[in-house]
Every structure is written in C-alpha cells, then in structure tokens.
Write a protein that binds this ligand. Structure first.
Ligand code: SF4
Length: 359
C-alpha cells in the first residue's frame, strides 16, 4: 500500500467514524497537551474524568504552574505513571517562566519542553498549529507494521524509523490535524490489538498481514521486559487519638512525591523480624513509645509496567498518644489522611481494610 492510498482510505473511513471526545477539535495547546499526557498508557474512559478535573482545578498553564506539588499529585492520584504528573507540573513552570505562559509554536520548540517527546509535540503541533508531524505511538506502529507486513521486530530503531517515514510521507498529503486524528481513531477502533475485525476493515484489500494470515503475530517484538517483583511491608501506626504516621517518597523510584505509611522493603516474600520493626520505629518515635505488636491486616498486590508490588499492611495500635515524631515522618489526623496523595495500593487499603472508622 502506498502512502497516498493509505491517507485516502484513512480519511474516507474517518469522515464517517470520528470519535466524539471532550478534547476533540481543540486548538488550545494547553488542553491538547493535558489530554495527551493523561491519555499516555491510560484508557479514554479512565482518563476523561481526570481531564475535566484538571481543567477545573488548573484552567490554564499559569494556574498549573502556580499549584503546589501536593495539589498536582493529589489531582493525579489513581492514574498511575506519576512521573507524568511531575513532568506536567515542571513543564507548566517552564512555559510560564521561559515563554511567558505561551506554548512554543514550532515542533523543535515543543520538543525542548520537559516530558514532551515526538508524539506529544506532533499532537500539539498538528492540532493547534497544523504542523505536518505524525503522531506515532503503539497503535500506529501496530497498524503500519500490519499494513506493510513488517515481520522484523518493531522495537528496533531501524524499523521504527521505517514506520515513521511512511506515516510522515502520508501526512504531507493531507490536513495534518485531521490525518492525525484519523490515525488515532483508526488505531483505537479498527486495527486493535489481539483480533481486529479485518473483514470489515476498509484497508483489508491492501493489508499484507491480513492476506498472509499474520495479524496475530504482527507487530513482532524482540525484547520482553521481565517484571521486577518487590515486597513492601507497611505499618499503619495509630495512637489513641486516631492519628497515624505517613511519609513522602522522595527517592528517584516509583511513586516519587506520593505519600505512604512507614515501610520496610524486603528482597523476598518474608515477614520483617522484630529487630527490623524496632529499627523502623526508632526512626520515627521516641524509645518509650515502642513495644506494641504489629498485626497483619491484609496483603495486596499492584502490577505496574515493569514491576509487581506485593504489599503487606500491618496495624500497630499504641495505647498512648504520639509524642514527638521524627522528621521527615508526619503525624496526621486519620480523618484528614485522604487529603494526601497515595499510590493506588495504599488508597485501596485505606478504603477497604484500614479497619478504622476514621478513614
Ligand atoms: S485488515 Fe486487519 S490487520 Fe489489516 S489494517 Fe485492517 S484491521 Fe488492521
């Protein structure tokens, strides 16, 4: 299939099958950017409420730049891939400080912004300014590799470049915003992963994968990422006044800037020993407040892209009120703990298993 045929078929299909989404037909770069960052690795149904929430809380790039990190992380809570929220916030500051709150209007200028790669720069550039740069993501790689019958691994630079050049040539023959929108809709609705309905596909007469019965095996990937398994043990320490202790994650690791309970990480599925727990408590409490025994409440699991997190939650009930808490741990009223942004696994614990009427 040549690029002219590809764009023609794509736009003919699109004229009858456009998706109606809240961020469609937008030329405001802030709203386009926001929707694209939210939708990275997120389903439309899951991302849509976040898009609306962000626009209410932070209606423009200046409002987002002026927000605190905690406000941004709280608004993002539950969406996962938290580096997106951190980058969003930093980029907003960059646009306000270096560009007087106005997005760059050229592709290279957009690419220089933190967290904006070729895909997002192409989306903003084409939808806001009709710049002819194609949006090439996993959906597009799947579609083009099937159409062209590419049986080499698509996770190599050479093949990715081949796919990019094909789509770049196709977009030059069209109105870029419409072409990119059509590409996104076709990848999401027709040439889907697994078993697409090829019989009804308007490209099937040109599709190499369909004619060679290779739809199930294309796109082919050479690298399979092995997930790392991690074991977290969380201690929900409560005093007689209904206070608990949390701490912000600040390391360059998963969930940076989110909060969590005091935690011990082990390298295998084991229970931390008495010495480990005492060591943890000594970092938090004065020595005379130690002594209560942890009671295991629940075991939860969260699967991330490159990791599997197994978390055991324990409750420690003190028979006194907390004295002085050592930094950087924070003492919070259990009734207000939901004001903080937590990873999904802790939110799930708080909602279902805390066993405290205060949460
Ligand atoms: S025929 Fe099937 S595999 Fe080929 S483009 Fe259409 S949906 Fe995708």
């Amino acid at each position: 299939m040549n690029t002219g045929q590809f764009s023609q078929r794509l736009l003919e299909w699109w004229s009858e099958n456009k998706r109606s989404l809240p961020w469609k037909n937008q030329t405001d770069p802030y709203k386009i950017w926001l929707s694209e960052i939210i939708l990275q690795q997120t389903r439309v149904e899951q991302g849509t409420p976040y898009y609306h929430r962000f626009l209410i809380l932070f209606p423009d790039v200046k409002a987002l730049a002026d927000a605190t990190t905690d406000q941004v992380m709280k608004a993002w809570q539950g969406l996962g891939y938290y580096s997106r929220a951190r980058n969003l916030h930093q980029t907003a500051k960059q646009i306000v400080e270096l560009h007087h709150s106005v997005f760059p209007q050229d592709y290279d200028g957009l690419l220089k912004l933190k967290g904006i790669g070729p895909y997002t720069a192409a989306a903003i550039g084409s939808f806001a300014y009709e710049l002819p740069y194609p949006v090439v993501d996993g959906n597009v790689i799947r579609l083009v590799s099937r159409i062209n019958g590419i049986t080499r691994p698509v996770d190599t630079k050479e093949v990715l470049n081949e796919i990019y050049l094909f789509v770049q040539d196709a977009i030059r023959q069209t109105k870029p915003s419409e072409f990119n929108q059509a590409l996104m809709d076709f990848g999401a609705l027709v040439c889907i992963p697994g078993k697409p309905d090829c019989i009804k596909c308007p490209m099937n007469d040109y599709c190499s994968a369909y004619h060679q019965s290779l739809v199930q095996t294309i796109p082919y990937k050479s690298k399979r990422v092995q997930k790392v398994i991690r074991y977290f043990h969380y201690y929900d320490i409560q005093d007689t006044s209904g206070n608990t202790i949390i701490i912000q994650r600040t390391e360059n690791d998963i969930w940076k800037n989110l909060y969590e309970f005091p935690m011990i990480e082990t390298t295998a599925e084991t229970t931390p020993g008495r010495d480990d727990i005492t060591g943890l408590l000594l970092k938090i409490l004065p020595e005379n407040e130690l002594g209560a025994t942890p009671v295991k409440v629940v075991k939860l699991k969260q699967i991330l892209t490159h990791r599997i997190i197994h978390a055991d939650f324990y409750k420690i009930s003190l028979n006194c009120t907390f004295g002085e808490i050592k930094q950087p741990y924070c003492l919070v009223d259990s009734q207000k703990v939901s004001n903080f942004a937590f990873p999904k696994i802790i939110t799930s614990y708080l909602e279902n298993n805390s066993g405290s009427k205060n949460y």
